[in-house]
Design a protein around this ligand. Structure first.
Ligand code: SF4
Length: 458
């Protein structure tokens, strides 16, 4: 069954049917989390860095308009063409137009979660443009016609055998091959041809610097650089929250990003783009797509501080055991569950409930986003707006009525104990997901209140 068409709880049930996969998915992401912990432990100033990053982002959120205007002015002065897109549709149309103007029908693209959010690949494919994703993980999931399941490790839900099978089908590698070096070499040869023959390259943006009008793209594979350096037209797509005020702030964010994402001291390639090389065109598309709305929500505006490191996903017990596709949204995990309801409350009403609210996400977040508090607040908003599931709304109302009345509460307790003792099947059945993984406790013969009254004298 396709996980993407289900709500989170049901998609998680599908994911959990393959127990060995759940185990290695959980263990692999926990390994990344512990790598992050070791890298963090080597920096005594870690907490100061987090605080500095959070305060810089506070400044950005309060001065968004001015910083973006400053960035535009400086970028234009550098010879970069700046485009503004209100939503995903505009973002896609601008990029399509640029590809057409370049006389191209093919484009190479490095990792950009914004383009996933805007469904750029589908849009361009429908308009006859071939898009090749050049990040290895992204290319693997693209071949399988799947979305990424993780923002840093897009193919983390797949085994070596899955990748071998996919490459056998699409790249003609030997059947049954699982050697990572052999498979990576095959991907390398395939992508090299792509880099050399595409006139248009698209990259994401990790940080755009208002002071200089330049931007920084971080990758571990150098694929963004290969694409951008060889193409005649470089298009960079950025959500407007990626702006930072000054170049000196980069030092704070780059140190936090790599350590939080993969436990590395620095991303292998942190490429600075300031102007097109002679003869090249450089465009930057700055996208809103609901970000202004989120900025206007006092309880949720801090989510725009996110630098997409994925530490909150790697640590989340629910993400690790339900897989990224269960979140049916471009950005999965705890931060995705805050961003997605802003885009579509009805469609994504299930996501803020996909959390234990343990707070581990907030503890690891390098920019100090109060992630679990925001998830809790979204739950309240969604229930108030009427987007909660009918069964939950009705049962919560019934529960409130019972808890408000001591007499009803006592009666319900008596009935409940009787039902559990003589007809446990009424609650312990396959239609009640709560009991799927649990064993029922033995119901007590009497309530504590009854026991107290009966034994008071003794
Ligand atoms: S919310 Fe924080 S931890 Fe999660 S991806 Fe964003 S920056 Fe990283």
């Amino acid at each position: 069954m396709n996980q993407l068409n289900l709500d989170h709880a049901h998609a998680a049930i599908e994911f959990n049917k393959n127990e060995p996969r759940v185990d290695w998915h959980d263990e692999t992401l926990w390994f990344v989390r512990t790598k992050r912990d070791r890298a963090v432990a080597q920096l005594p100033e870690w907490e100061q860095l987090r605080e500095a990053a959070s305060q810089i982002k506070n400044h950005v959120l309060s001065n968004m308009h001015d910083l973006l205007a400053q960035f535009e002015e400086n970028a234009k002065r550098n010879g970069i063409t700046v485009h503004w897109a209100t939503d995903g549709a505009e973002h896609n149309a601008i990029i399509h137009d640029l590809i057409q103007k370049a006389g191209a029908t093919r484009m190479v693209k490095s990792k950009s979660m914004l383009t996933e959010e805007c469904h750029l690949n589908d849009y361009l494919t429908r308009h006859g443009i071939e898009v090749i994703d050049s990040d290895l993980g992204e290319r693997i999931v693209q071949m399988r016609k799947e979305p990424p399941s993780h923002i840093v490790l897009p193919a983390i839900h797949l085994t070596k055998a899955d990748v071998g099978e996919t490459f056998h089908e699409h790249l003609g590698t030997e059947k049954g091959a699982t050697d990572p070096q052999y498979l990576t070499e095959a991907a390398r040869q395939h992508l090299r041809e792509t880099f050399l023959t595409r006139k248009v390259a698209l990259t994401g943006v990790n940080f755009a610097i208002a002071e200089t009008g330049g931007f920084v793209v971080c990758t571990n594979e150098g694929n963004a650089d290969m694409g951008a350096h060889l193409a005649d037209v470089h298009i960079a797509a950025m959500g407007f929250e990626k702006i930072i005020p000054r170049a000196e702030h980069l030092g704070v964010f780059l140190r936090l990003l790599a350590r939080s994402a993969t436990g590395q001291p620095i991303t292998t390639f942190s490429s600075h783009f300031h102007r097109p090389r002679p003869g090249q065109e450089m465009h930057i598309v700055i996208v809103d797509n609901g970000r202004s709305r989120q900025l206007g929500r006092p309880d949720f505006r801090n989510s725009l501080k996110c630098i997409r490191c994925a530490a909150c996903m790697n640590t989340c017990p629910v993400y690790r055991r339900s897989g990224g596709h269960s979140y049916h949204s471009a950005v999965a995990g705890p931060i995705g569950s805050i961003l997605a309801p802003n885009l579509d409350m009805k469609l994504n009403a299930d996501l803020p409930f996909a959390s234990t609210l343990c707070g581990s996400c907030s503890n690891v977040c390098p920019v100090k986003i109060d992630i679990h508090d925001q998830l809790y607040k979204w739950r309240q908003v969604l229930m108030q707006e009427g987007y909660g599931p009918t069964s939950k709304t009705v049962s919560m109302k019934a529960m409130a009525t019972v808890l408000e009345s001591p007499r009803l509460y006592r009666m319900a307790g008596k009935v409940g104990r009787g039902v559990l003792r003589f007809a446990p099947v009424t609650v312990e059945n396959r239609f009640n997901p709560w009991y799927n993984q649990r064993e029922m406790p033995e119901p007590p013969a009497e309530s504590f209140r009854d026991w107290y009254i009966n034994n008071k004298k003794a």
